[in-house]
Design a protein around this ligand. Structure first.
Ligand code: AMP
Ligand code: GLY
Length: 429
């Protein structure tokens, strides 16, 4: 079967790496891809939301399965586009239709959805430009810390958390009146602050059946000890020690089942990944957010632990046959460290020549923002390359990942040296 992956990050390289191992994969394409995918698949320079060009490629190359990596094309309706097109509607496509992608595309929609279907989540109120005064008065009555969320997609930057009421008020005003996040900030949610440790649970749904994939913990802040600005993710670990069978059972009963039941009740046929961002609130899962796709860099630790053939798994999802699949998971711990360009998540440079280490045993090098040029592989994004190490203990997996991160060379590279350290105490040797 010929297969297309849409996207260009570490997540998409991880999908390409896993799919390329399947005997069911003939030709593999990635649009637009990166230097890592170029080595194992054919990159085609098409933007992720250029549906017409994607259609032409799918037809020209007889592609039968499409995996949509990022949220943007999903929210813009790529799946609806495929379903409405006579020539494309038989092509299997992994991702929700745009209404399903609203779970990620609109925080106001997802909050109302959680409330309607009884999914545990932080209390919140939504305000607009017209109700700004009420929003400011609301903040006056709340204790800190304050959590403000822009309603729409804001590339992971639409959340402001502050201890200071004055700062919260200034941010609310700026978001609603100065268009700080463009139209994504037309509505702003003020949410109750949740304490606890975060983790992400991934579900693959076929519209009625589902499988729960290995969970992961992401490291979102740029600085060690979880300090500084939010990023797309600086590293990830799977499995997460506190997410034992009891906790995952709670997530399944309290979150996964009502979420899928809710989607069905809304008439949303959801084929694809649901990424559930959770806070472990004293042993109780509270949903922080849904995403309509896999996480990045979580995919770089989740997929290496899945032994099941990825094409079989994705085909079963597209065909409504996930009830026939029993996932086979590697019990080893996977840790990934993201090496980023100096300055990220603010201004950074692209186009610097790189040296990349060979993967050792039980390690994988996943390219993110890289590009193959005549001169060699150069940096092409803020998050440049993710180094995944696997081992029987978390300590050994961390060492492998960090050792490879040290061997990556380019000007002004940076990576966090503390990925996984906070979880180490959970492991008894
Ligand atoms: P989101 O874009 O919704 O994932 O939010 C970004 C980050 O903000 C999350 O990963 C959390 O670390 C944090 N966050 C979001 N909502 C809350 C909340 N209600 N309480 C505490 N932290 C939160
Ligand atoms: N790592 C977080 C995300 O993919 O949204």
């Amino acid at each position: 079967m010929n297969i297309l992956i849409i996207g260009s990050g570490g997540r998409e390289h991880a999908f390409a790496w896993k799919i390329a191992q399947s005997k069911n994969c003939e030709k593999l394409f990635v649009t637009p891809g990166n230097a890592g995918t170029a080595a194992i698949a054919t990159n085609v320079d098409i933007k992720v939301d250029d549906f017409q060009k994607i259609k032409e490629l799918v037809l020209a190359e007889n592609i039968k399965l499409v995996v949509v990596g990022p949220e943007d094309p999903l929210v813009k309706g790529i799946v609806d586009f495929f379903k409405a097109d006579k020539q494309l509607k038989k092509v299997k496509i992994i991702g929700p239709e745009s209404r399903g992608a609203q779970l990620e595309g609109s925080k106001d929609f997802s909050k109302a959805f959680m409330q309607k279907y009884g999914v545990p989540t932080a209390f919140s109120e939504t305000f607009t430009k017209e109700t700004l005064a009420k929003g400011l008065a609301y903040l006056d009555q709340q204790p800190g810390p304050y959590v403000l969320k822009a309603d729409g997609l804001a590339a992971g930057k639409g959340v402001i958390i502050t201890e200071s009421r004055e700062e919260a008020k200034a941010s609310l005003t700026e978001m609603l009146t100065a268009g700080k996040f463009g139209s994504a900030g037309d509505k702003v949610l003020i949410e109750q602050f949740l304490k606890g440790i975060e983790l992400s649970v991934f579900v693959l749904s076929d519209g009625k059946n589902y499988v729960i994939l290995p969970e992961a913990k992401d490291y979102k802040r740029i600085g060690e000890g979880d300090t500084g600005l939010n990023t797309g993710g600086m590293g990830a670990v799977s499995p997460v020690p506190f997410a034992d069978a009891d906790f995952i059972k709670k997530v399944e009963d309290l979150v996964v089942k009502p979420t899928l039941a809710g989607l069905q009740a809304e008439g949303i046929h959801y084929v694809g990944f649901i990424f559930i961002g959770l806070m472990n609130d004293n042993g109780n899962p509270m949903v922080i957010e849904y995403n309509a796709r896999m996480g990045d860099p979580e995919t770089e630790v989740v997929l290496p632990r899945i032994k099941t053939d990825m094409v079989r798994l994705l085909t079963a999802a597209a065909d409504g046959k996930l009830d026939k699949i029993k996932l086979n998971i590697n019990p080893k711990t996977a840790v990934t460290t993201m090496v980023v360009a100096g300055g990220y998540p603010e201004e950074y440079k692209k186009g610097d020549l790189m040296e990349i280490p060979e993967a050792e045993k039980d390690s994988v090098v996943f390219h993110a923002g890289t590009q193959l040029t005549q001169a060699g592989v150069v940096t092409n994004g803020g998050r440049v390359i993710a180094l995944t190490g696997m081992a029987r203990t978390m300590a050994a997996a961390i060492r492998k990942s960090q050792k490879m991160a040290r061997k990556v060379k380019f000007k002004k590279k940076y990576f966090r040296k503390d990925i996984g350290q906070d979880l180490m105490n959970y492991f008894k040797k």
